[in-house]
Design a protein. Structure first.
Length: 272
């Protein structure tokens, strides 16, 4: 398909999705949502892709919904996601709890890394939160932004953010809608590392490459399902342990396990 506001590339088992409206700090539109979903669906279906990286073109990650789109909601008399009637549905169908806008990230079996190269506000902030791992450029400005627009916390952030940073920190960020920097996000555990902007892409690339080449793709998929499934499980750690033991028995019969054991015994990197 022709892409106008995103870029999609695959190299060395890593798919990179770049939000590409740099003149608007990659502000989100219905077209961008459609193209982004399409790219995620493509990466999910491509067996050569092991890891997905999401980033922004220019000096911003995503400044949130485009201001013209926000004004359009007023004209229409309510919210519209701007998608066609039958949009791509990556990550849907895994669990009903993930079948919603942005929550679909949790249903995609491949790890998704946010390379937050600049400002992330509103929807852009939610998007980075729904990625599995986040790295940010030094000084990048982050905000949920909804309070300054007279809106509720959006896209399930009131569920997700307390699970990422704890209730007190989530309450501060969401109630105030304040702007805070990547360095504070690192201190609260929201991002894994803060890197100078000029070095961020290389840092994220090295991390993604480590996942793509050094970790079994079957293990990545199962571990991601465990992470988010256990957040929703009623049985607590006992249920998690029982599920892991059952899954482990099956995975020990698979090629990735045999290769992992062989590599360990032969003192070499695994060839998954």
């Amino acid at each position: 398909m022709d892409r106008y506001v995103t870029m999609y590339t695959v190299a060395d088992r890593i798919a990179t999705i770049t939000l590409n409206r740099p003149e608007r700090l990659n502000a989100w539109t219905g077209r961008m949502s459609f193209e982004y979903r399409t790219a995620l669906a493509e990466a999910s279906a491509d067996a050569s892709v092991r890891v997905i990286v999401v980033t922004g073109a220019g000096r911003g990650f995503c400044a949130g919904a485009d201001s013209e789109a926000l004004a359009g909601h007023i004209a229409r008399g309510g919210y519209s996601d701007g998608l066609p009637e039958d949009p791509p549905m990556p990550g849907y169908g895994v669990r009903s709890e993930f079948d919603a806008d942005l929550a679909y990230h949790l249903g995609i079996e491949k790890p998704i890394i946010a390379c937050v190269n600049g400002a992330a506000a509103g929807l852009g902030f939610a998007l980075m939160c729904y990625c599995d791992v986040r790295f940010a450029a030094s000084g990048a400005k982050l905000t949920s932004a909804h309070g300054r627009l007279g809106l509720p916390a959006e896209f399930g952030l009131s569920w997700l953010l307390p699970r990422l940073v704890g209730l007190g920190r989530a309450a501060d960020v969401l109630l105030s809608s304040r702007i805070f920097l990547a360095e504070e996000a690192r201190d609260m555990g929201l991002v894994s590392a803060v890197v100078p902007a000029a070095d961020l892409a290389d840092h994220v690339g090295a991390y993604a490459s480590g996942l793509a080449t050094g970790v079994s793709p079957a293990s990545l998929a199962v571990t991601k399902r465990q992470l988010y499934g256990d957040l929703l499980a009623a049985g607590g750690p006992a249920s998690s342990i029982a599920h892991a033991e059952t899954t482990m028995s099956a995975m020990m019969l698979a090629p990735d396990y045999r290769e992992g054991v062989a590599a360990l015994r032969e003192k070499r990197p695994p060839r998954f």
